[in-house]
Every structure is written in C-alpha cells, then in structure tokens.
Ligand binder design. Structure first.
Ligand code: FRU
Length: 492
C-alpha cells in the first residue's frame, strides 16, 4: 500500500525534478531528485542490478523528516532514478526513516533494514526512540513489515541509549544466517557497535558489542559496516564529536576504518590498525556491498555535517554521493580506488611525459575540463618544495592540490571554489612518497573533486560549487618537479 505521505513525496519530486537541468548535476555522482540527501542506504545488488537508496528530504535543501530516495544502475556510475521507496508514515518511524541497508532474499524479495525514529512522547516533536525495522519489496515498491520494529534498544547492555541506536547494516553468511551491526551509545556516552543474528531476518538476537569508542574516538558512532576483506576484518564507522588526533583525525565528525581480526564463533572483533577513511572535507557515512565478481565496493555521502547548513544561494538540490570505490586491504591498510567501470567512460588518452614544472605556471591545451580522470605522477622531488595543481580554475576560481614532499603533506584547498561562507575549506593529508615520488589521481565531476594518492593509499574528497566555465587545470612549483600527466575526459 502506498501511504498518503509517500504519494505526496513522490508527487512533489515528480513536479520539481524537471526544474534541475542535467548540466546542473554531476555526470556520474548520484544526487537526489530534488531537495536534500545524506547517507547512502541499502547499497545492494538485486536481481542483476545495483540499487542505491539514500536519506532524503525532497521538500527542501535542508535536512528534514527522512524518506528513502532510490536509484539503480548496471555499473554504479550511470544511475536511473526510481520512485521514492519509503516515507515516515508509521507510528514507529514518524520522525524519520533513518539509515540502513538492504539485501536480496532467497525468495527474490528485496529486504530493507532501517531505523525507525519515533517522535518523542513529550510533544516537543523532537526525536525519540530509535528501533530497527524492515520493509520488503520488488525493487520499486516496498511494504513495511507488520511486525516492526524487529530490534529495540532493550536488547543492548544495560544503560545503553534508546534514542541513539541506529543504522543497521545487514548481511547473510553462506550457511544462511543473517547478521546485522547497529550503532549505539553505552551508559558512559561511548559509541558502541552491537552485533545481532537471526535465522529468518525477522526475529533477532543480540550477540555482542564488537567495538567501542572508549572516550577517545568520539561520542556516538554512526553508520557501521563490518566485512571480511583480503583475509582481515574491517569495521567502518562514522564517529561524531571527535577531538583531533595527530594529523589523521580532525575535530568533529570523522570516518574511520578499524582493521583487525574477527572470531566468528565468539563474536569477538580485535581491531589492530586504525585509519581515517577519507581525509578530505566532504565524506561521511560510507556503506559497502559485495559485487557478483567478489569486489567490496564502498560509497559515501559527499558532504560534512558541519558544513551542511551552508547551502549556497541558488542551489537547486543539496548533497551527492562519492564515486563508488573498490576496497582492498594491503599491509593492514584500507586501499580505495574508483570502481573499474569508470574506465568504460574514458575518452581519448592525453599524455605529457617528463614535464619540468617550476615557478612559471604551466597549462596544457588538451588538459582541462570538469569531468576528468587525470593521473599526475611526480617523479623527481629532489628539487621540489611545493607542487601546486589547480583545477576548476579561471581568473576568479580555483581549487588547489599542493604537495609538499619535505613536510609529507598534501594540502587540499577550496577557498576559491565559489563558497562564500567561513567554513572549513582546507585540509592537510599526511602522505608518503613512494619510489622517490607520488602518484595523484584526480576524479573531477563538475561539482566535486576526489583525489586518490599512490593508487588508493589515501583519499580526499571535496564538494565544489564552482561555475562550470572555470575548467582550467594548471601546474606550478616552488623549486622544480618532473611530472607525467595522463588525462582522460569522462564521457557520460
Ligand atoms: C549519519 C546519520 C545517521 C542517521 C541519518 C539521519 O549521517 O546521522 O546516523 O541514520 O544520518 O539522516
């Protein structure tokens, strides 16, 4: 049954979607039909196609009662929009249908597991109890389960918060058992990740607390993901309210990967290595899936919560997803690279080899554009103090990526990208040179830049609001550098 709220939301989207021209959106990064989006949800492979849902408030460019928007794709890059999947139309989710995940059931149904947030009982209209709920569908329409909610906070260790318990990530093991991790907060205000198990995906049993923030890694943890990869186990979380820690973590919301080992029988996870997932400004709440050919692919919300209230005037929608990224674990570290499907969209190869860059700004006539896949290999850094690469540039605008080998820093700076607000616009990413150089892959898609360092050892993401005619790419150095530039236009 399609509720009044869902019908209204679908109708509103249909009416407003045509006001946004294709060129006003990224070419291959998913955006909402209109209005606001945040976290990726329900990233799954269903009946031969990839499905991606997202936290969605179609009615305005700011966060509001959460719906689930929906799109599908054959390659995770060209998306087809589908009708809004869920609206906050039940008593247990009347404050919002918060984040969650999805999988294909053996009987062919698409299962969504999400957090139902209820308005608090004190008439304040604020958020109240959070519980885990289900919906079943056919890839387009979804029915909420009559037995909702299926997991309540009273299953958690004593003293755990009932209002901070959310973002279930579900998976099924080879023996058919379902598992889910959900984020919560313990009696001392620490983030905690709870593991649940079920035989039928309807009745759930608490197994263990897999990890905690332990006063150091932020307060509440959001949007957990938990999977095996390359013989190790990874736990991804998005902590709120963190103190900065060295050069790796900044103040506020972060994303982190804990890599370690998992004892499946004892439900015990031991995290050994800790690292930020993305060191740029705009990345949060990532979620992954397993492709039919065995790749673990992660996608994130390309936005920072702390900047999200600063919506530039004239913007017709707010929020986009990152490029889907293939994950690997190498030497205990998470490696991420844009999905290989992107190669199918590459145009002609432009190559400039062994170019010397110095104080004189260098522009190559055939290296420009705003939908670009470009790799810059810095070969000789012996005489280099700083290499500055500007993208989305003209006389007024630019976004710069600067490499300072002696400091071991890659700086991303979007002060001149078109934003007019005094918010965070610059980040330093610690990087290590490799074979005496550095490799930088730039993925530009009209309104964003994602940089991948040394074949995915580090990633940094920025959302941009730069007018599209600022499409120059320039190179300059303090000292000198030898570089190769390989550039492809991405054609969608
Ligand atoms: C993370 C988050 C989730 C929550 C959702 C609400 O960005 O706060 O924890 O489910 O967004 O929109």
């Amino acid at each position: 049954m399609i509720s009044k709220q869902l019908k209204e939301a679908r109708g509103f989207e249909e009416e407003h979607i045509s006001r946004i021209r294709d060129i006003e959106r990224p070419a291959f990064h998913l955006t909402g039909g209109c209005g606001w989006i945040n976290d990726p949800n329900g990233f799954s492979y269903y009946k031969g196609e990839y499905h991606l849902f997202y936290q969605y408030h179609p009615y305005s460019n700011i966060w509001g009662p959460m719906h689930w928007g929906h799109a599908k794709s054959s390659d995770m890059l060209s998306w087809k929009r589908l009708p809004i999947a869920m609206a906050p139309d039940q008593e247990y989710d009347n404050f919002g249908c918060f984040s969650g995940s999805a999988l294909e059931l053996a009987d062919g149904r698409h299962l969504l597991m999400y957090t139902g947030v209820q308005k608090s009982s004190d008439l304040s209209g604020e958020s109240g109890a959070q519980t885990q709920c289900l919906a079943f569908g056919d890839g387009v329409n979804y029915e909420k389960y009559e037995g909702n909610p299926v997991i309540k906070a009273d299953t958690l260790p004593k003293g755990s918060s009932t209002c901070d318990f959310r973002d279930p990530k579900i998976w099924q093991e080879d023996d058919g058992t379902f598992f889910a991790v959900a984020a919560g907060m313990d009696a001392d205000g620490n983030g905690q990740i709870a593991l649940y198990r079920s035989q039928d995906a309807l009745a759930w049993e608490f197994c263990s607390i897999l990890a905690k923030s332990s006063a150091k890694l932020g307060g509440m943890w959001e949007c957990p993901d938990f999977f095996e990869l390359d013989g190790k186990q990874a736990l991804l979380v998005s902590p709120m309210a963190m103190l900065p820690d060295g050069r790796d973590f900044h103040v506020g919301h972060n994303t982190l990967a804990l890599i370690g080992d998992y004892d499946k029988k004892a439900y015990r996870f031991t995290g050994e290595n800790l690292q930020p997932i993305d060191c740029g400004i705009d990345f949060y709440a990532p979620q992954s899936l397993l492709t039919p050919d065995g790749r673990r692919v992660m996608i994130g919300w390309m936005q920072a919560w702390s900047n999200s209230k600063f919506v530039p005037p004239g913007v017709k929608y707010f929020g986009q997803m990152t490029v889907p990224r293939e994950l690997q674990i190498r030497d205990g570290k998470l490696i991420q690279t844009p999905v290989r499907e992107i190669l199918n969209y590459r145009g002609e190869r432009i190559l400039h080899e062994s170019v010397t860059v110095d104080a004189q700004e260098r522009i190559f006539e055939d290296v420009e554009g705003r939908t670009v896949d470009m790799t810059v290999t810095v070969r000789d850094i012996s005489q280099l103090k700083k290499l500055i690469i500007n993208v989305a540039a003209d006389d007024v605008y630019h976004t710069s990526v600067s490499f300072m080998p002696k400091k071991g820093i890659l700086n991303l700076d979007r002060n001149f990208s078109g934003y007019l607000y005094d918010i965070v616009h610059s980040r330093d990413i610690p990087v290590q040179t490799k074979n005496g150089g550095l490799k930088l892959r730039f993925i530009l898609d009209r309104y964003s830049l994602e940089v991948f360092v040394n074949d995915g050892e580090k990633a940094g993401t920025l959302a941009l609001f730069t007018p599209l005619d600022a499409d120059k790419i320039t190179f300059r150095a303090e000292g000198t550098a030898q570089i190769d530039v390989e550039k492809y236009e991405l054609k969608f």
